[in-house]
Design a protein around this ligand. Structure first.
Ligand code: C2E
Ligand code: MG
Ligand code: MG
Ligand code: MG
Length: 278
């Protein structure tokens, strides 16, 4: 009886993995069509300094509004784009669009405004990456010093040497580098001292836990290493107040704003003791 059940499970597994394969292929095709048909858009989420009470920047977040499949989340299509290499042209599209929008955002929020873009490991390993980035910024009349590149902790695990070298070149050109989702990967403290980075973005899971001792330890360590800190996933006034009292340099989350297209961003941030401002 147990044998039969096992065989049955095997068949189910086989069928679903075949299906996954086909689904992936269709996804890949659709994604290449999406790039051509201009179904990709950027949303922005503000980054706010709670002490100075000003908007200091925004993170560009990619959205795929498919004519056939509706809104598709980045977590569903970025892995496919990475596997197929499509993330390379998509990534260049993202930086170009973010640069175009930066001119509008800066006019709205002031000269301190910086634009953040997420960069995947695949992009960083492309040998023309730095040159292409500089060309795009030059085309769009944007100085690298107002562009922040977010890389995730896991990116730095692979080919540490190459990553370090590319990051050093980018920093020498004026870009700033933020380590995204900090605390979720496997980075050791010694790795933090080796990596050429400017910022840490504390992963939202630590914020949601309201893990005060952990957050203050990260802030103290960052301070000692001369790194600025942004807290992700701020959803409530309590979380906001905690991070403001801790002198956290930047906060980001639904409490400040939900990611939105440029035209729908709040002109200014209004801090209230109410958790939901929507
Ligand atoms: P991320 O860079 O860590 O971006 C933050 C994610 O958290 C975003 O999800 C954002 O919408 C969400 N978020 C922000 N504040 C809150 C909050 O208060 N509560 C909750 N529940 N969620 C919040 P999103 O837009 O779905 O993006 C997911 C991930 O996809 C990003 O994580 C980033 O790693 C990746 N991604 C997005 N755009 C790009 C891109 O242009 N290029 C690359 N390579 N990756 C991208
Ligand atoms: Mg990010
Ligand atoms: Mg993050
Ligand atoms: Mg994330």
């Amino acid at each position: 009886k147990a044998k039969g059940a096992g065989r049955k499970r095997f068949h189910i597994f086989e069928a679903s993995s075949k299906y996954d394969h086909v689904e992936n292929f269709i996804h890949e095709l659709a994604l290449s069509v999406a790039v051509e048909k201009e179904e990709l858009h950027l949303h922005y989420q503000l980054i706010y300094n709670p002490v100075r009470e000003e908007v200091i920047g925004a993170e560009a977040l990619l959205r795929w509004n498919s004519a056939n499949m509706g809104m598709i989340q980045p977590s569903d299509f970025i892995p496919v784009a990475e596997e197929t290499g499509l993330i390379i042209p998509i990534g260049y599209w993202v930086i170009r669009q973010a640069c175009k929008d930066w001119h509008l955002l800066k006019a709205e929020y002031g000269p301190q405004f910086k634009i953040s873009v997420n960069i995947s490991r695949i992009q960083l390993n492309e040998h023309l990456f730095v040159d292409q980035m500089l060309q795009i910024l030059e085309d769009e009349h944007v100085d690298p010093r107002v562009v922040e590149l977010e890389i995730t902790e896991s990116t730095t695990i692979h080919s540490m040497e190459d990553v370090q070298q590319t990051l050093r070149r980018l920093r020498a050109e004026g870009f700033t580098i933020a380590l995204d989702d900090f605390g979720t990967g496997y980075s050791s403290l010694s790795m933090l001292t080796l990596l050429p980075i400017d910022k840490l973005k504390i992963d939202r899971s630590f914020i949601w836990e309201m893990n005060v001792s952990l957050i203050s330890a990260i802030l103290a360590m960052a301070h000692a290493l001369n790194l600025q800190v942004i807290a992700e996933g701020i959803e409530t006034y309590e979380q906001y107040r905690m991070l403001k009292e801790m002198n956290c340099w930047g906060v980001q989350g639904y409490y400040i704003n939900k990611p939105a297209q440029f035209a729908l961003l709040p002109k200014q941030v209004v801090v209230t003791k109410y958790d939901t401002i929507f």
